[in-house]
Design a protein around this ligand. Structure first.
Ligand SMILES: [Zn+2]
Length: 441
């Protein structure tokens, strides 16, 4: 009887969502800014035909991609919610925090490995074994106990801050900047076509933090990834790293994880320009560099310092645009900072409270292709992200997929690069420019 009632309640919910959904226009600001609005939303995918079959030479220009209509599943009823705009104080949003269950056990880190691979595609046909992670298992084990690595209740909580914090990091530019990438990489990377048809997938989790908030750390998610021995990439805002220095150092040291740059305070790099745009990129690189130096200088890391110097990347190697927005100038600025502009090909829609774990799993599996990049959140903004990963990761492996970091994915295939940035199709995030302006106030 209880099952019947539950089934009926679910049917009613889906029916309401189906009716309610079409009324939510994609361009309606109240929808774009409302995390709760996407009940019944099935994530769409921007995973389009791969169009540049062989730019193994990074100097070779990649042909422009012609966006194609995104396949829409019958249950899709609302606008995609990828980089859900962070809450603004004038808007009323439900930011209640989901309770965090006791942390799961942390397995022994996998054996340490080679340094992070150089993200330049190897010759066609050469297999790339994604066995190495970007961190140091020895430092991770030496500097933290399993309890210290585990998530803690309440850590997911997102706190609003007034006045906003516009203070710069203690270092304004990295002391050891990366060499610029070629012009061919001043494009947004949507996905990769792995060599030899290998089934690789990169799970990514954004750690966004604006100037007027301190966002959370989804310990349940990180614990879940560790328990599953699942590789992932975290796109961390520079200010998020400063707000969460110990978590940042842990993620940095863990061979399962790679840290990418997600701008200083989640600035809109299609609207920002000049110094403000550059600061969003370089301050974040500098903050990472400071935290890495601090980690390697700790007594616990000293016995492994040489190894750590080699294996923990000096700087993030990839960049994710806040709001998924860019323009030619910011693409060029990111590439000039030695960063690959990385977007996604599969959207989980996890900032929507109505997006259940089951819907996230179904949406990803329905859009699955080798070389896919999945976007979700790890800063407490994803509602059912950890729960979804507990089902999704085994389901991916059952289908023959290996989880890799974004840098490993780039090294293992042909990148699919396009000239613009969008959520799932060309032009679909332009509304954010009017809604959020620079995104840094
Ligand atoms: Zn973000």
């Amino acid at each position: 009887m209880i099952n019947m009632l539950a089934q009926r309640a679910r049917t009613l919910t889906l029916l309401l969502a189906a009716l309610w959904g079409p009324a939510m226009a994609a361009d309606d600001p109240s929808v774009a800014s409302d995390y709760q609005a996407v009940a019944g939303h099935t994530p769409a995918t921007g995973d389009q035909p791969f169009v540049n079959p062989a730019p193994t030479d990074p100097r070779a220009p990649a042909p422009a991609s012609v966006p194609v209509p995104v396949p829409v599943a019958p249950a899709t009823v609302a606008a995609p919610l990828v980089e859900a705009p962070p809450p603004r104080h004038q808007r009323s949003l439900d930011l209640r925090v989901q309770p965090v269950p006791p942390s799961t056990a942390v397995p022994a880190p996998e054996p340490l490995s080679k340094p992070a691979p150089d993200p330049v595609p190897p010759p066609l046909g050469q297999a790339v074994e994604p066995v190495s992670g970007p961190g140091s298992a020895a430092i991770l084990a030496a500097c933290w106990t399993p309890e210290q690595l585990s998530g803690r209740p309440g850590e997911r909580k997102i706190k609003q801050r007034q006045p906003a914090d516009h203070s710069p990091p203690a270092r304004l530019a990295p002391h050891h900047p990366a060499p610029p990438l070629g012009d061919a990489f001043a494009r947004s990377l949507r996905s990769v076509t792995p060599f030899n048809g290998r089934k690789l997938i990169a799970l990514t989790f954004d750690l966004c933090e604006q100037s007027n908030e301190v966002t959370g750390y989804d310990g349940e998610l990180v614990d879940t990834l560790r328990a599953a021995n699942a590789k992932a990439t975290f796109y961390a805002g520079g200010k998020w790293m400063r707000s969460h220095p110990e978590r940042t150092r842990q993620l940095m040291a863990d061979p399962l994880f790679e840290l990418g740059n997600h701008a200083w305070t989640h600035g809109n790099l299609r609207v920002l320009d000049g110094r403000e745009m550059q600061d969003q990129i370089h301050w974040t690189q500098a903050q990472y560099e400071l935290l890495r130096e601090d980690l390697l200088a700790r007594p616990c890391a000293q016995p492994h310092a040489a190894e750590g110097h080699d294996s923990i990347p000096v700087l993030p190697q990839t960049f994710r645009y806040p709001y998924g927005t860019c323009n030619a100038a910011s693409l060029a600025a990111v590439a000039a900072a030695g960063l690959y502009p990385v977007q996604w090909s599969i959207v989980t829609g996890d900032p929507a409270a109505g997006q259940s774990a089951a819907q996230i799993v179904r949406g990803v599996l329905a859009s699955l292709k080798p070389g896919a990049i999945v976007v979700a959140h790890g800063n407490g903004r994803g509602w059912h992200t950890a729960e979804a990963m507990k089902t999704l990761i085994p389901a991916l492996r059952k289908r023959g997929y290996d989880l890799v970091t974004v840098s490993e994915l780039i090294a293992a295939g042909t990148p699919h690069l396009v000239e613009e940035c969008y959520e799932v199709k060309s032009g679909d995030n332009h509304r954010y420019d009017k809604l959020f302006g620079k995104g840094t106030e």
